[in-house]
Design a protein around this ligand. Structure first.
Ligand SMILES: [Fe+2]
Ligand SMILES: [Fe+2]
Length: 331
């Protein structure tokens, strides 16, 4: 048994008791002021300063901000309930075919508890938004890297790559990646906010728990990786690199798709959407793969879990451009 992982889990449980929002803090509630204030304008941030964007009516922006908040809460709620909590139950109950310390199973229950609470808060916010504004979430059409409409769902990717008999490994691998990325997304939103709003207070309360989750899933992946046969490590490592290639590459087409779908929600004409999106890409430039913000957390996860120490996987990351020689040495 992995003594270090077990000790970490014991410590996690002490921290959870002291700091988990469900244990320690009364939650923030939305108030009627959301009828007039900007709730969530984070997705519009890249377009700030563009002439055609700045000309958009303030009322339009405010309505967008409420709809964007709605969609964000719906995303949180379904991600937590349908995926994370379901996976935590598996870790704590039937297992994933890899031996886990009892304390790790208790952490999985603690995290599942946090996630159900986050979903509860998100659902409550959705009900409040509906009550105050009449706005309900809509399912988005196309979108950025978090939108899998155009591609097969990432869980299918891992299941197909790992083959029959490894379904639980596929699920837990995706769980580790998503818990790391989701936290970063929330953290980016909380960090980028200067003016205080109820919405951002609620996001910050969520992030406080997710920071702890993120580290647990890094440790868990490290524990799993160390338990695998070399053959399975090669297969899993390749599936991780392919995951990054398929879902995390922020090329021109992906960024353009994400931007235009956001701008369309402002009721702008197709021509305005395309012009603003194209000008924003030109202004900001496109990053090389190793510098894309979408790879920062997955790379860190793979590094601390020991995946990047695995030569065949590291070679694939290098060949794909996700890491440079220098970074590989540092890893
Ligand atoms: Fe959460
Ligand atoms: Fe989480």
């Amino acid at each position: 048994m992995n003594i270090e992982f077990e000790a970490y889990c014991d410590k996690y449980l002490v921290e959870w008791e002291k700091r988990a929002t469900v244990r320690t803090k009364p939650r923030t509630r939305l108030t009627e002021s959301i009828k007039t204030e900007n709730m969530f304008v984070f997705p519009l941030k890249p377009f700030a300063g563009h002439e055609r964007f700045e000309a958009v009516d303030k009322q339009q922006i405010q309505e967008f901000s409420v709809r964007a908040a709605c969609n964000m809460f719906l995303g949180v709620s379904s991600f937590e309930v349908d995926f994370v909590t379901a996976q935590c139950s598996k870790l704590a109950g039937a297992g994933i075919g890899i031996e886990l310390p009892d304390s790790a199973k208790r952490v999985a229950v603690a995290i599942g508890t946090d996630e159900m609470y986050h979903a509860f808060v998100a659902n409550e916010c959705l009900a409040d938004i509906k009550r105050f504004t009449g706005i309900v979430p809509v399912v988005q059409d196309a979108g950025g890297p978090a939108d899998f409409n155009a591609r097969k769902p990432p869980l299918e990717h891992f299941k197909q790559a790992l083959g029959p008999g490894n379904e639980a490994l596929a699920e837990v691998t995706l769980l580790c990646f998503l818990e790391n990325n989701f936290t970063e997304e929330l953290y980016g939103i909380a960090k980028g906010q200067t003016a205080e709003s109820q919405m951002h207070t609620i996001i910050r309360e969520h992030v406080m728990d997710e920071g702890r989750h993120m580290v647990f899933f890094q440790r868990l992946l490290g524990h799993i990786w160390a338990s695998l046969t070399e053959e399975l490590r090669c297969t899993l490592g390749k599936s991780m690199v392919d995951f990054c290639d398929i879902y995390l590459t922020l090329d021109e087409q992906t960024v353009m798709g994400g931007y235009t779908s956001t701008l369309r929600q402002l009721g702008l004409s197709d021509e305005d959407c395309i012009t603003i999106a194209r000008d924003t890409i030109l202004k900001d430039g496109l990053l090389s793969k190793s510098d894309m913000p979408s790879i920062v957390n997955p790379k860190h996860l793979m590094k601390v879990a020991g995946v990047l120490e695995h030569q065949p996987t590291r070679d694939l990351m290098l060949a794909s451009g996700w890491i440079t020689d220098e970074a590989a040495v540092a890893a």
